[in-house]
Design a protein around this ligand. Sequence first.
Ligand SMILES: *[C@@H]1O[C@H](CO)[C@@H](O)[C@H](O)[C@H]1NC(C)=O
Ligand SMILES: *[C@@H]1O[C@H](CO)[C@@H](O)[C@H](O)[C@H]1NC(C)=O
Length: 416
Amino acid sequence: MAGRPGPPRLGPLLLLSLWGSSAPAPLLRRLAEHIERFQEGSGPGLGFGPNALVPPKQGWLEQPLDPFNTSDQRSFLQRYWVNDQHWASRHGPVFLHLGGEGSLRPGSVTRGHPAALAPAWGALVIGLEHRFYGLSIPAGGLDVAQLRFLSSRHALADVASARLALGRLFNVSSSSPWICFGGSYAGSLAAWARLKFPHLIFASVASSAPVRAVLDFSEYNEVVSRSLTSAAVGGSPEVVMHSLGQRCLSFSRAETVAQLKVTESQVSGVGDRQWLYQTCTEFGFYVTCEDPSCPFSRVPALPSQLELCQQVFGLSTSSVAQAVTQTNSYYGGQTPGATQVLFINGDTDPWHALSVTQASGQSVSALLIPGASHCMDMAPERPSDSPSLRRGRQSISQQLQTWLGPAQRSQARGGD
Ligand SMILES: *[C@@H]1O[C@H](CO)[C@@H](O)[C@H](O)[C@H]1NC(C)=O
Ligand SMILES: *[C@@H]1O[C@H](CO)[C@@H](O)[C@H](O)[C@H]1NC(C)=O
């Protein structure tokens, strides 16, 4: 299917993830790499946009390791990137791009959206790396005692304290609206940041955000097989599977487990061990294919995937199932009840099955872009973009207008 022109379709990457190995971790991992590549553009180098005159600045915030225990004095350094070249005034908005399960590169504040939206709004763009990934790994590495401090709840506490600290550091006006952006798991974080901290985060744009945790993610393959056979994607399962089936068997189970047990930090790319830990303690997301109608035969069964949580972290299957239920109680699954969140999804992206695809009331908007794959709206614009993707991006701008227009007018009247 390489080189075929036409509408956007499932990337080979999405499919490869099905055959990649017996570990569940590589699934979102590959997607995260995919997103990074999208945002950075395809060229080599640091990925600064052609219009970027100055490279973004890197900074560090000292954050509490345990934000929920004030007697614990330990801290770690969290990395952030700043692009202030469009920032017109201290009353302007701040676009806070949240990192997910991988290192966050400078391109996160210079390429793709939200950087593309910044000039029109005179916005300050800040990218915040997720704790325990990239260079934001606490001293002491990734052993299980430390990983206790890795969860979406910890990450959200970091967002709240970063929002306050960075506001002071850059002398941002107290009336400036802060808007969170993120894609995939980080998209969920963006939505949840608005949900949990509406006094700090004015609105959020959540791209391809799987806000519902699920142990057995069999819908993944339902969407994939539907997409594979649809004309928009242009393919039949057998072609595709034949060519990809070859690649999958290079890792043995034992090798996978051994790799996942390594507790030294990897500073670049995606943290497989950390992300596996988050799937075992929060989200599940194990892609299965046990239904007879499922066209893929090499996906390991759920018990075998769950066994990894036991083998690598000593976590029982029942604790994983319980964690998934708790996550949905805590965040509300697909009905989070947040206001001023825009959920964007692509209909060929299997993750949309766990996201919000229908608007609810005035305050939660949802956009399902036909023919778009995972986080496609976040990529820099390209001449080859489909009309539906272009319309989708326009809707994001319009949504910002709806949110920020009134805030701007009230600032013009007063401000601080
Ligand atoms: C809070 O931190 C203190 C100091 O490190 C520690 O002794 C205590 O056990 C911690 N409490 C919890 C609930 O983790
Ligand atoms: C922050 O902005 C205000 C208003 O312009 C100004 O008075 C103040 O000196 C600034 N503070 C710093 C630290 O730059």
